[in-house]
Design a binder for this molecule. Structure first.
Ligand SMILES: NC(=O)c1ccc[n+]([C@@H]2O[C@H](COP(=O)([O-])OP(=O)(O)OC[C@H]3O[C@@H](n4cnc5c(N)ncnc54)[C@H](O)[C@@H]3O)[C@@H](O)[C@H]2O)c1
Ligand SMILES: O=C(O)C[C@H](O)C(=O)O
Length: 356
């Protein structure tokens, strides 16, 4: 007869068996992973967050721990994961949480993951552009993506670290070098631009933002953020003044937060909300839910550029179909040309970084 794993005599042994086997001696108490009563093999996806102790990472970890599609949640950072992991692991939701600290534990954090969300890296301070983060964040993204290629090459990657216009091409080059590149599985997260656009447009229209959907295409920096106000649903018309105000506010939403935070960072809470929304869309699509369309910065043939943000139909394998831009008005066509010029340079910079 099999021993009853739930019998009192076996309970603590079973709990102990959940302890993270990857932990180094001495780290065990600090990084004590969550244990749970769920039987092994509970349905759901394994999700890793890289940069989990940061301003985005912490609330994003909380939101992903609340997602019923997540069965295992790995929290990786180079600092502070013990505390974040212990804290989040006490939430009575089903995902099992494990913490991983420092480069020696990167591979353990990534092995077996279905979805990897990357908000690791420096945020802006007032006066900086996102491109000013390139020198620090390019190397961080390269190292983390090398880990993905080694340990979970089939995982879908949601890349948040700035400058997204360059970090996505960096990730693609890393995966190409490793022989694991599948463009469908690499998605730059631009959801915050859509979230902001929905909010600001709803304010102007005087409606609930949940009822508004604004496609935002191009990229994720300044003029590369191109809201298509002519394609808002429900169909709405705006005066030229409103178009100029909305476009400017959406393009500079990140700077608005950076300035308001006055040196203590950039958007974290709204970004965690946006990343959780996008991560959930990816997981639902991976589970087989049909008809999920989100804007994302991906390998693309929508323009002559190799990467571009536009509406993407998500499926089991990631970005299954890149949807066309649809009809643009004169204002948007002019914006598209400006966006492409800047994007082209950011993409080349990312590609050159890996191949230099
Ligand atoms: N895509 C978007 O829409 C969007 C929105 C907001 C912020 N961002 C970007 O997200 C990034 C993170 O922002 P934040 O506010 O959370 O910053 P933060 O400084 O609060 O957190 C970053 C975390 O990354 C960790 N980190 C640094 N190097 C690492 C490495 N090698 N491996 C793992 N973790 C590492 C840090 O320890 C820190 O905990 C920034 O680059 C920011 O510009 C992107
Ligand atoms: O603006 C930033 O630097 C962070 C992020 O890209 C944002 O749009 O809020």
């Amino acid at each position: 007869m099999q021993p009853d794993g739930n019998a009192p005599a076996h309970r603590l042994a079973r709990v102990a068996a959940h302890l993270n086997p990857q932990m180094e001696e001495g780290a065990a108490s600090a990084l004590r992973p969550a244990v749970c009563r769920a039987k092994g093999g509970a349905p759901g996806f394994k999700v890793a967050i890289l940069g989990a102790a940061g301003g985005i990472g912490q609330p994003l970890s909380l939101l992903m721990k609340m997602n019923p599609l997540v069965s295992v949640l790995h929290l990786y950072d180079v600092v502070n994961t013990p505390g974040v992991t212990a804290d989040i692991s006490h939430m009575d939701t089903s995902a099992v949480v494990r913490g991983f600290l420092g480069p020696q534990q990167l591979d353990a954090a990534l092995t077996g993951m279905d979805l990897v969300i990357i908000p690791a890296g420096l945020p802006r301070k007032p006066g900086m552009t996102r491109d000013d983060l390139f020198n620090k964040n390019a190397g961080i993204v390269r190292t983390l993506c090398e880990g993905v290629a080694r340990c979970c090459p089939d995982a879908i990657v949601n890349l948040i670290s700035n400058p997204v216009n360059s970090t996505v091409p960096i990730a693609a080059e890393v995966f190409k070098k490793a022989g694991t590149y599948n463009p469908k599985r690499l998605l730059g997260v631009t959801t915050l631009d859509v979230v902001r656009a929905n909010t600001f447009v709803a304010e102007v229209l005087g409606v609930d933002p949940r009822d508004v959907s604004v496609p935002v295409v191009g990229g994720h920096a300044g003029v590369t953020i191109l809201p298509l106000l002519s394609q808002v649903t429900p169909p709405s018309s705006f005066t030229h003044e409103e178009v100029k105000y909305l476009t400017n506010r959406i393009q500079n939403g990140g700077t608005e937060v950076v300035e308001a935070k006055a040196g203590s960072g950039s958007a974290t809470l709204s970004m965690a909300f946006a990343a959780a929304k996008f991560g959930d869309a990816c997981l639902r699509a991976m589970r087989g839910e049909a008809g999920i369309v989100e804007c994302s910065y991906v390998a693309s043939e929508v323009t002559e550029l190799p990467f571009f943000a536009s509406k993407v139909r998500l499926g089991r394998g990631g970005a299954e179909e890149i949807l066309p831009l649809g009809p643009l008005n004169d204002f948007e066509r002019t914006g598209l040309e400006a966006a492409k010029k800047e994007l082209s340079e950011s993409i080349q910079k990312g590609i050159a970084f890996v191949n230099k």
